[in-house]
Structure formats: C-alpha cells, structure tokens
Design a protein around this ligand. Structure first.
Ligand code: HAM
Length: 430
C-alpha cells in the first residue's frame, strides 16, 4: 500500500521530534562530561561482521537480520546493533594507535526483523558507548554508573540495574556444560529453537523469549557459580566500586544478554514502564571481539539504550512533556498593506533570532487569532492598517491575555526581552 509505512517502523512527527532532540542533547552533554567522542559508522555492513561478531546462534543472526545481496553479489546487512560496526571501525582505522583508553559513543537507527509491539520495532534507535583498552574493574563501574546517571538525568525513576558476570573463555565451558546438563533433562519443555541450541549454545536458552523456555530455566545454574578465581575477583571489585558510588544493583546470575560476544561483566537496566519490553538498555564486557575482527587484543566494555523505550518510559512516568512546535511569535494582520509590512517584519524578527510565523492562508484576523490560540503561540503581534499608519503593533501575551502597543522599530528588542525572561519550556502558551 502506498500510504502505509512498513510494519515495525515509525514516523517521528513534529511535536514528538522535540522530545527526541532533548534526549539527543542530553546524550551529547553527558558524553562530553564523561569524555566520549562521537563516531558514525555506515547503516549497512558486510553480513559476515554480524555473523561472527554477534554470534551465529543468537536470535539476531538466526532470525532478525535484514540481509540482502547487492548488485555486486555481496551479502549486506542493515546493522542490527552498533557494537560490531564500532569494533570494525576501530580496527580498520587503526584507532588502537590513539592514546588509550579510546572512549566512543554513537546514536543512530538499527534494524531487526523483530515481532513489532509496544517498545519493539524493526527500525529503532540506539545510543551506545564503547570503551577500548582498559580491563580495570573501575572502568566497568564507571560505564555502568554513567548509564544509571543518564537514566536519572533523562527523568526516569523506578529502574532496576541487573548485574552479572558471564566469565572468561576459561570458566565459560564450565557454565555451558552445567547448563547443557540441566536443560537436557528438560528438553521436552523447550521450544524447537532451544532444543537445537541445547548442544550448540545452551546459554541462549536463558535468553529465549518463549514463556515455556523461561519457565524451564527458572532454576538453571547461574554463571556466578561457575566463575574462575580471576573473574570472581574482578566481579567483586566491580561491585565494590559501584557500592562506593552508591549505585544500587541486583545480582542476577541468569542474565545472559542477547548477543554472544560478552565476557565478564554484563548488565541490563529494566523498567516496568515499557510494557513487555522491560529492558531499556544493557551492555557489558566483550574482550575478545577486537581480536576476532583482526585487531590487537583489546579489553572493551560498552552498553546501548533504545531511544524509543526511553521515550516510552518517560511518557509513562510523565517526564516527557510534549512541546508545541509552533514558533512562539505570530504576526496576525488585517488589510493588504499590513500584510505586506508584516512580511518584512517577519524576516526582521527571524534575523534577530526570534522564531516567528505569519498567516499564508488569507484568513480573517479573527481566524488568525483562533489559529494562534490552537497552535499554542505565546505572543501575537496584531497589525491592522490603523496600527500600521501609527507605526506600531499590538503585542498580546496569549498566556496572560495582557496586551501592549509597541513601535514597529522596537518590537524585535521588546519581544527578545519578553522571551528572555520566560523559561524555554514555557515560551508556548500552555
Ligand atoms: P541489546 O540489548 O541488543 O544490546 O540492545 C540494547 C537496547 O536496544 C535494548 O535494551 C533496547 O532498549 C533496544 N532495542 C533492542 N531491540 C529493539 C527493538 N527491536 N525495538 C526497540 N528497541 C530495541 C546491544 O545492541 C549491544 N550492542 C549493547 C552493547 C554495546 N554492548 C556492548 N556495547
């Protein structure tokens, strides 16, 4: 159908865009404070990057990638996540030669052929950070505390931080074997996909979205019970650092995350305010991925948030107040001459940095005032032939109903002063 968007995609309309911009402004501000530089990678990559990077047995690679063959016969995939592309860019551009640690952030659209529902889309947006070059537990804690700080500053409350360690290549086989043993005895309860994963990658069963698999995994062995001495020590230190920063967390030894690259610390931030999709962001350590992409051994940690889920949670919690997108100043006119003068004045106001609009539909003065009321305009300049002859405009504050006559020469300075004294969020009439 020509007039329908593809399932799982969304239009971000005027009125909504302002919320996105506020969130993106906060992201840039907080990344500057924490010392992260922005990186932008292509929206599509060679399919192989995600197969190897995200993991062959993950839902993302098995079921959710938008993959196609381009005209040159190459297999291409729209990025389902941002981490593997950032690692590719780090290796390909030799960023390992820069002073370490290298701290990067990104914001942009991702694509997963997921089953659309509230908070789950096929095109969605992520804000993510990745730190290369440090294996200190303090950097794990810094990254996690930054994610928590970000949520607090986005106005979100009632969040739960789930924390786990998935262990290193030394302790992971112990966990795999314990899980395989546990689930073999419950094979009949598992979905067909998980039955197949049982031997290939039993950890994935803990991440299955099917309810019967979730039930089957309720008493499964936890990764925390399988950690080697080094990983257990690292995890203890991360927790100590978080305690020192007064960041509260819940230990969750069955948190595995949906991607295969994680080693060591893994975390997820959950809320009940996005419906069934309780995770608004998550991440962890993935020390092996740079080597897998052909770079030198590099410890790394990162996370990503879904912007749609942040906005949804903000709306449910009443933190994201919609803003009118109309400029705060409108010139309403009566008569042809006044209309011409208003056209010139409009550009004078805009050149003075004042967002302003006027009528282009030939509406009566009454209809223009009605429009200004509906659109949430804060100040209306009323100019009729009589005002024009006297070289002035009537400035009406639509919030208070008060009005004043101001000379056309001084009206720009007058409005600038009025707007300066009103906080940005109140410049439109409530
Ligand atoms: P992820 O958990 O797959 O991790 O995704 C991170 C966040 O993206 C989720 O918590 C969720 O908010 C959002 N998200 C994922 N899928 C969808 C969807 N279909 N619709 C709407 N939002 C969605 C990663 O992607 C890792 N790359 C995170 C990371 C960075 N780990 C280390 N560095």
């Amino acid at each position: 159908m020509l007039a329908a968007r593809p399932r799982g995609t969304g239009d971000i309309l005027p009125g909504e865009v302002e919320k996105w911009r506020r969130l993106e402004d906060l992201i840039r501000r907080i990344c500057r404070e924490y010392g992260y530089a922005e990186i932008r990678t292509p929206v599509f990559e060679h399919t192989e990057l995600f197969r190897r990077g995200v993991g062959e047995t993950t839902d993302i690679v098995e079921k959710e990638m938008y993959t196609f063959t381009d005209r040159g016969g190459r297999s291409i995939t729209l990025r389902p996540e941002g981490t593997a592309p950032v690692v590719r860019a780090y290796v390909e551009n030799g960023l390992y030669n820069r002073p370490q640690p290298v701290k990067l952030f990104y914001v942009g659209p991702m694509f997963r052929y997921d089953r659309p529902q509230a908070g789950r889309f096929r095109q969605f947006h992520q804000f993510g950070v990745e730190v290369f070059g440090s294996d200190a537990p303090a950097i794990d804690a810094e990254v996690i505390a930054m994610a928590v700080d970000f949520c607090a500053r986005a106005g979100l409350s009632d969040l739960e931080l789930h924390l786990n360690s998935l262990g290193c290549p030394e302790c992971r086989p112990v966990l795999r074997e314990k899980l395989a043993h546990f689930f073999r005895r419950r094979e009949a309860e598992l979905c067909p996909d998980c039955r197949e994963r049982l031997e290939r990658n039993p950890l994935r069963i803990l991440d299955c979205k099917e309810e019967r698999c979730r039930n089957a995994g309720k008493d499964a062995p936890t990764s925390l019970g399988c950690l080697c001495h080094k990983c257990a020590g690292h995890f203890q230190s991360v927790k100590r650092c978080l305690d020192r920063l007064q960041v509260s967390y819940l230990e969750n030894g069955r948190l595995v995350r949906g991607l295969d690259y994680y080693t060591g610390t893994a975390f997820e931030i959950m809320t009940r305010d996005t419906g069934a999709q309780s995770s608004i962001g998550g991440g962890g350590r993935y020390d092996g991925l740079v080597e897998a992409c052909g770079g030198p051994p590099t410890p790394r940690i990162g996370y990503a948030f879904g912007l749609e889920r942040l906005i949804l949670a903000g709306e449910k919690q009443g933190t994201a107040v919609p803003e009118s997108s109309a400029p705060p100043v409108f010139i309403a006119t009566a008569g042809e001459k006044a209309g011409e003068a208003a056209f010139e004045l409009l550009f004078k106001l805009r050149r003075a940095g004042l967002p302003a609009g006027m009528d282009y539909l030939g509406r009566s003065l009454k209809a223009q005032m009605k429009y200004a009321g509906k659109a949430g305009i804060r100040f209306v300049l009323i100019i009729g032939d009589d005002e024009l002859a006297r070289g002035l405009a009537v400035v009406r504050d639509m919030a208070s109903g008060g009005q004043e006559e101001v000379s056309l020469e001084e009206v720009a300075a007058y409005l600038a002063l009025c707007l300066e004294n009103i906080p940005a969020g109140e410049r439109q009439r409530p």
